[in-house]
Design a protein around this ligand. Sequence first.
Ligand code: TYD
Ligand code: ZN
Length: 402
Amino acid sequence: MRKSCRCCGGGELAEVFDLGVQPFANGFLTPEQLDKPEPRSPLVLMECVACGMVQLRHVTPAVDLFAEYAFQTGSSTRMVRHFRSLLLESIGRYVPRGKLVVEIGSNDGAALASIPDDRRCRRLGIDPAANLTEIARRSGVPTVTAFFTEELAGQVATIHGEASLIVACNVVAHIDDLDDFCRGVRRLLKHDGAFVMEVPDVDTLLARTAFDTIYHEHLSYFSVGPLATLFARHGLRVEAVEWNEVHGGSLRLTVRHGTGHSGDVSRWRDWRGIVRDWNGFAARCERERDELCEWLDDARADGGTVVGYGAPAKATVRLNYCGIGTDRLACVVDSTPSKQGRLMPGTHQPIYGPEWIDRSKPSDVLVLAWNHEREIVGKLAGYGGRVASVVRPRRGLRKLDM
Ligand code: TYD
Ligand code: ZN
């Protein structure tokens, strides 16, 4: 349980949103596990009264979530392209020949592997998931299987030297002890190096009613002000802030040794305090839930069968929050081999490969992985039924022409 703010240390945390007691979003079940009780834990968001940082009240131990991890960067070409361009741009700016690039949360090594040899830098991945670091090493990316801590940073610096560039994309929100993390970055980063990180932006989450991106792995929901406060406490300076569309709206921060912060930070919208409309957010979440359930009930009343497309973590959250069992949604398809043959956490839809759609010809496909909507609609060119998005399904993504 969090008693104080992870960014500023403030002791007053106000409860702002409650998603109920939920299963783990990436806890896809094997058929044998169906008979055993499923782990569940509350999902309650708290906001720091002093700095506006948003964080989960209950902290799930990291080893329970990350020792084996289902999400694989290499499975999404769009993601690999995005991280590759981030790496190449940052290497061009900060990494002289032969110097070290470290990726924290390097997953299957796909991003580091995509650096062309002519950049002549040394690469090192760090990730706690043994199943993924094994894949990374097999593809030729030197990788340490461990959580990134101050102690590990010291060991890495001793063995490999300090890093000219450290990148961390979509991992900082997973870390409970951010003070230890920052001390680690400070220890490993060369005096003229740069730390580049990307995290989902909480204010975009609110604006887009993306409640399905709230789950146990995401301990923190960041905005610029609290992060600048955090780094400043550790002798690190936020130099640049950018926003991009990845994962439904992300912040990219460039951080270097130093004090104070750049004009980018003071210009950012939450720096002088932002009042977030959590009541409006909760009302919109309930409306989305009601609309989706009605749409599914109508499809069933018409004698149709609906299949979900994509089994990302956010599908688990939405199906469980909306109370959508196998009566309303028969099954889910996903292209990830390790998810096929398993069942959705909590709601227990079986997960098949996408070819199931051609074989079984359901009346409707409901896109659960809404951030990949275009790619998925493209793959359904040969399918004759209706396609809808889990966000506002009545609008329809493609109508049946008959
Ligand atoms: P993603 O949104 O990348 O991750 P998260 O779990 O963090 O929300 O997950 C997308 C999921 O959708 C992933 O399990 C793969 C699946 N998928 C398909 O099955 N087919 C596709 O064409 C695409 C783009 C994704
Ligand atoms: Zn705070």
